[in-house]
Design a protein around this ligand. Structure first.
Ligand code: NAD
Length: 255
């Protein structure tokens, strides 16, 4: 029997052209949701929507640069024009920081990380919340990181913005707790995606170095993050709001 848990739900996902965003888009669609797959890269967003279509699901692929307010408004308008409502948002688009001690982080890199990984979450929620209020409630999940709950050498800017995502998530969750909108964050550990390939250098030694940080002895799979986003967005998570869910194979447990 097909999974119909999210039937009649419309899920809007940023950074859906790759990695965790694509896996989550596919997972929501497999569970019956209609998916709006957005990405900076128009082609990868369209490819995610095509994959969903090939699997019998319903999806729209859209270009959306989450650093541009107008792009976000246009993508959400297209969501409503096409599907009529919004129920679930996964604000996931993000970039990595070149490894460097704080004094060597360029102002450009700092500003870019704040814009893509932090301000974008504010902008997305700012425009999603009125739509969720109209729908009578819904779920927002924001992508933080293990770097949102610990310090990491060489990652001052990335850890700053990922800690910021959690603070914003908790406060916004309180703002809207009584309205039926739940707002949570996820904190993935080391997940095998193109981003992690770039971060590790893509070499066998680089892979070993990052895997060595994982008590379970392997990287996580994007699908293992998607399932957590789904749980938080489902009725099973109905009493969970303002939570930052760490899914990291134990990476941050023993530190
Ligand atoms: P990825 O690079 O595979 O995918 C990120 C996607 O975001 C890409 O498709 C990219 O085009 C898109 N993107 C980048 N800038 C954008 C912009 N300005 N507007 C819209 N889209 C943009 O990376 P991933 O590993 O899937 O990462 C997804 C999220 O998970 C990020 O927020 C990342 O910080 C976070 N995260 C990843 C890991 C990991 O180990 N991979 C761990 C913790 C947190």
């Amino acid at each position: 029997m097909p999974d119909t848990e999210f039937i009649d739900k419309v899920a809007f996902i940023t950074g859906a052209g790759s990695g965790i965003g694509r896996a989550t888009a596919l997972a929501f669609a497999a569970a019956g949701a209609t998916v709006v797959a957005t990405d900076l890269d128009n082609e990868t967003a369209a490819a995610t929507a095509d994959l969903i279509g090939q699997q019998g699901g319903r999806a729209l692929g859209l270009a959306c640069d989450v650093t541009h307010n107008d792009d976000i408004v246009a993508a959400l308008n297209a969501t409503i024009d096409t599907f009529g409502h919004l129920d679930i948002a996964f604000n996931n688009a993000g970039i990595e920081q070149p490894v460097a001690p704080l004094a060597d982080i360029s102002e450009n890199d700092w500003d870019r990380l704040v814009a893509v990984n932090l301000k974008s979450v504010y902008l997305c929620m700012k425009h999603q919340i009125p739509l969720l209020l109209k729908a009578g409630g819904g779920s927002i999940v924001n992508t933080s990181s293990g770097a949102g709950v610990i310090g990491i050498r060489g990652q001052s800017a990335y850890t700053a913005v990922k800690h910021g995502v959690i603070g914003m998530t908790k406060s916004a969750a309180l703002d809207y707790a009584a309205t039926g909108i739940r707002i949570n964050a996820i904190c993935p550990g080391i997940i095998e995606t193109p981003m992690m390939g770039r971060f590790s250098g893509g070499t066998p030694e680089g892979r070993e170095r990052v895997i060595a940080q994982e008590p379970v002895g392997r990287m996580g799979r994007p699908e293992e993050i998607a399932s957590a986003v789904q749980w938080l967005s489902s009725d099973l998570g109905a009493f969970t709001t303002g939570h930052a869910l760490v899914i990291d194979g134990g990476q941050t447990v023993g530190l």
